[in-house]
Ligand binder design. Structure first.
Ligand code: SER
Length: 338
């Protein structure tokens, strides 16, 4: 008998950390964790098995199919937006070909099991591409179907993989004579910038908020790479984990979309600074905008409309801006670093 597991790729990333901790604390889920980097020791014991390997390694993925019954996949592995710009073709391989490999694995598993495999996919506000700052400032909350003209390789990859998910869910092998109706159940969330109290992101462009907070708490200087007036939607990690889990559990018949915006609060970098400096009055933070990275952030929306998620699966963040700082971020980073 093959063991029933939930597969988490990119397990050692920020969302992976939150997701594995949640499963270990709240549910008796057997986790099969995969990452190119070693998994942090405290997470290893929480997993049924950790495999250090690459999602581009088809032999490895093939062996997983043979060994495990994978009911749900959280495909978190990805190269984020800033890092992707330094080697766009490599990012494309990891973000697109890697996702294609996982979609194929999901279809194969579904065929074995005789029922669709759930495929949870973190997409991003990077799929949006507003043409200029005036349009960004005038656009308010952006709905899922507009301004999908990304300017980054990462944004292009995420947008295309959403489409691949739709294809594998609805149209896979649509001309085959032996057309198998069992496919995958793809569900994606377009995350805003994420802020965790216990980890820091690597290679993103919304990183200025979490970096500012963690540097201030560690007593390290921070040069913020965007202008003070820069505005993006954000969310704390516990709400990101909650969103993934709630979308996974949602009744398929209530889902009118395959892709949903979610958000919580959207401070300007100046507002974020004001909160951080109040909590850490000696923090050494200055604004030194990097024109290129600023250019990317300026194409991302100042806010997103997440009403479809609210209507279809009851989405509501637990943490608004005040709760996020006062009940989660500030107490946790103070305890961590002081
Ligand atoms: N946080 C991501 C990034 O900055 C966006 O999804 O790349």
């Amino acid at each position: 008998m093959r063991k029933e597991v939930v597969l988490i790729t990119g397990a050692n990333g920020e969302i992976g950390h939150g997701l594995i901790s949640h499963f270990a604390e709240n549910e008796k889920t057997h986790i099969l964790a995969l990452d190119v980097m070693p998994l942090d020791d405290d997470l290893r014991s929480k997993c049924e098995r950790f495999i250090q390997g690459d999602i581009l390694d088809q032999m490895l993925l093939g062996r997983l199919v043979a060994e495990y019954e994978i009911r749900t996949i959280y495909h978190l592995a990805s190269i984020l937006s800033t890092k992707a710009e330094y080697n766009p073709e490599t990012a494309h391989r990891v973000n697109v070909e890697g996702t294609l490999n996982l979609l194929r694995l999901a279809v194969e598993q579904a065929t074995w099991q005789g029922k669709p495999v759930k495929f949870l996919y973190p997409s991003s506000i990077a799929v949006y591409g507003l043409p200029d700052i005036a349009t960004k400032n005038a656009s308010g909350k952006i709905k899922e179907e507009i301004w999908c003209q990304p300017t980054t390789m990462y944004g292009c990859n995420k947008l295309y993989c959403e489409q691949l998910g739709r294809y594998y869910t609805k149209y896979y092998r649509q001309l085959a004579a032996d057309k198998n109706p069992i496919g995958i159940d793809f569900r994606a969330i377009r995350f805003p910038g994420l802020i965790s109290a216990v980890t820091t992101p690597t290679g993103g462009t919304s990183d200025y908020c979490p970096e500012m907070l963690h540097h201030a708490a560690m007593g390290k200087e921070y040069r913020c790479f965007v202008r003070p007036d820069t505005q993006l939607p954000f969310m704390v990690m516990p709400d990101a984990i909650k969103a993934l889990l709630e979308l996974e559990k949602a009744d398929q018949s209530n889902l009118s979309n395959l892709v949903y915006n979610v958000t919580s609060f959207n401070p300007s970098a100046q507002e974020f600074y004001d909160i951080v400096i109040k909590a850490f009055p000696n923090a050494d933070i200055t604004f030194e905008p990097d024109i290129a990275r600023q250019g990317i952030v300026d194409t991302w929306p100042a806010d997103v409309d997440d009403s479809a998620a609210t209507t279809d699966w009851g989405w509501r963040p637990d943490f608004d801006q005040e709760r996020a700082f006062n009940e989660y971020l500030l107490p946790a980073v103070k305890e961590r670093y002081l």
